[in-house]
Design a protein around this ligand. Structure first.
Ligand code: GLN
Length: 561
């Protein structure tokens, strides 16, 4: 196994994840099999308990892992299926060591950060790197490891030490370190400053790691003289100084790296030049360039709770992007804070209320994404009602589906207090209830997580047609509450159809309103499996419908053309 470690210096938020994924893309384009590991030095066991406000979206894997959103970037860029073990956190490492300690595995020894924690990190990295993630057998050729945080952080020290030891034990031919750094520009003359990078490389070297390549983030391309200076002071050959300057869209980054011969430097370091081919990135180039030239756009109203930080819905945004690009459109996403649509906001913040409603009414389609807690729920219901009554295409994901059910029960069935027990434990009409897969009394791990099968109930529904008339779909889940099976008949008789159910027939997975051009709610999260060249069927349906092309598309597919 060959390792490419990506570390970061100077500041956080440099786009290390995108850099690491892009390096993976270039290596894959050279005919190598690539896997990846993300290290998050925080103490949480996983991202599941972290707020999307603070940390961005919680990405969900097939195996139910709730992980850092960078794993989503890896899955999308490399087209792989990762496991929860591909995301290492300090919490997971300590948990495993402490469990062993309690079992008595350390036989009377003093358990210490070095060697016990560092050994656990090395073992974890090496065993996870060997798991095939691309559907083929046997381990990949290269494992890209992204070390979260910034070099010098107290939290990442044990990881740096473990990776230093790893680099030593696997030998120089099997280890390549790429340090991502920032080159700021100061003053009126606009000089590119190398000092912060020099300092962070010095810090790295003091910890025993020497970067083989530097990936320098900057607004404008680096000047030759800046590169020369970096090379001289950081002890990195000038041809190994890569520059990631601002580009029109992130699909350009693998191309930028290829144009600077990054693959050559990495392959040389890893002694892989003979095995690798020259990078085949034709499809990728087409995708990046096509997107730059798209002029038409489609307006999507995103009505959610966490609208302050776009990373909170990263995969939803990516899935919209994939669907739009497939139809030669540019997504124009209008964020609406759900609570701004509520009646209370008309009085307390009239301007925000007016803008929210104007934005909603101008949109070509409405999307209500997943979420937890009752904030903004009334506003989401108003958005769902507006879309339902005005024939505006609607996609409700997870919470968005539950919202549709509550709204329909209230408006159409006249059950004014219909609700989810998540929001009103005492509701007389619980249309969304707690239905754990395991025990109802056991408290921990009651979320339904990861890939589950949905059986499509009839070929005669829009979802089935969009999914290519398949009898079933496997999509990823992350929820605790579900549509109450006792109310299905009443809802269906009033026109809301449940066209996708789980294998038991008790869990509602997909709803549709046949009388509406496109009104779809799903209990799962289709965004997590969307890929650049393979958009999610339901996002595609939403955008097709928003642009009046859904019927033509479906009949073309039905005729096999
Ligand atoms: N809060 C809802 C539930 O737990 C929806 C979850 C979600 O949207 N991911 O079922």
């Amino acid at each position: 196994m060959k390792y490419v470690l990506i570390s970061g210096g100077v500041v956080s938020g440099l786009g290390k994840g995108v850099t690491a994924s892009s390096i993976g893309v270039v290596l894959k384009a050279c005919g190598l099999r690539v896997t990846s590991i993300k290290i998050d030095p925080y103490l949480n066991i996983d991202a599941g308990t972290m707020s999307p406000f603070e940390h961005g979206e919680v990405f969900v894997l097939d195996d139910g892992g709730e992980v850092d959103l960078d794993l989503g970037n890896y899955e999308r860029f490399l087209d792989v299926t990762l496991t929860k073990d591909n995301n290492i956190t300090t919490g997971k490492i300590y948990q495993s060591v402490l469990e062993k300690e309690r079992r008595g595995d350390y036989l009377g020894k003093t358990v210490q950060v070095v060697p016990h924690i560092t050994d656990a990190i090395k073992d974890w990295v090496q065993s996870v790197a060997a798991i095939p993630v691309d559907g083929q057998e046997g381990p990949a050729d290269v494992c890209v490891i992204e070390l979260g945080g910034t070099v010098g952080d107290i939290e990442s020290m044990p990881f740096i030490e473990a990776l230093r030891q790893l680099s030593f034990s696997v030998g120089p031919d099997n280890f390549c370190l790429i340090h991502v750094s920032l080159i700021p520009v100061l003053g009126v003359v606009g000089e590119q400053k190398t000092k912060p990078t020099q300092h962070s490389v010095r810090e790295l070297r003091a910890l025993g790691l020497t970067p083989h390549l530097l990936a320098c983030r900057s607004a404008e391309p680096l000047l030759q003289n800046t590169k020369d200076k970096l090379s001289q002071f950081c002890h990195v050959p000038v041809e190994n100084i890569l520059n990631i300057h601002d580009v029109p869209n992130i699909w350009h980054i693998p191309l930028l790296l290829r144009n600077q011969n990054a693959h050559h430097s990495i392959l040389q370091q890893l002694n892989l030049l003979e095995k690798a081919t020259s990078p085949a990135l034709q499809q990728w180039t087409k995708m990046a360039e096509t997107y730059d030239n798209i002029t038409d756009s489609v307006k999507i109203a995103m009505v959610g709770k966490y609208v302050g930080l776009t990373d909170s819905y990263l995969s939803v945004i990516k899935a919209l992007l994939h669907a739009c690009v497939a139809l030669s459109l540019r997504p124009s996403i209008d964020w609406i804070a759900a609570s701004d649509l509520e009646d209370d906001s008309a009085k307390s913040t009239p301007q925000a209320y007016a803008t929210a409603w104007e934005t909603l009414k101008r949109a070509n389609c409405v999307l209500v994404p997943g979420g937890f807690g009752d904030r903004g729920v009334k506003g989401m219901m108003l958005a769902a009602k507006y879309a339902r009554e005005n024939n505006v295409p609607y996609l409700g994901i997870c919470l968005g589906m539950q919202i549709s059910v509550i709204e329909f029960a209230r408006s159409v069935l006249g059950l004014e207090r219909a609700n989810s027990v998540e929001f009103d434990a005492q509701t007389p009409n619980p249309v969304v209830i707690f239905m754990p897969e395991g025990s109802r009394t056991h408290m921990g791990s009651t979320m339904r997580l990861g890939s589950r099968r949905t059986l499509l109930q009839t070929p005669d529904c829009i979802t089935s047609k969009l999914y290519g008339n398949s009898a079933y779909v496997d999509e990823r889940h992350r929820h605790r509450y579900e549509v109450n099976p006792d109310v299905i008949r009443t809802l269906e008789e009033a026109g809301l159809k449940f066209v996708g159910k789980d294998e038991t027939g008790n869990r509602m997975e997909i709803l549709e309103l046949p009388s509406h051009p496109y009104y779809v709610g799903v209990q799962f999260h289709p965004e997590f499996k969307s890929r650049p060249a393979r958009p999610s069927a339901l996002f595609l349906g939403l955008i097709l419908s928003a642009t009046g092309k859904l019927e033509a598309y479906v009949s073309r597919r039905q005729n096999g053309s």
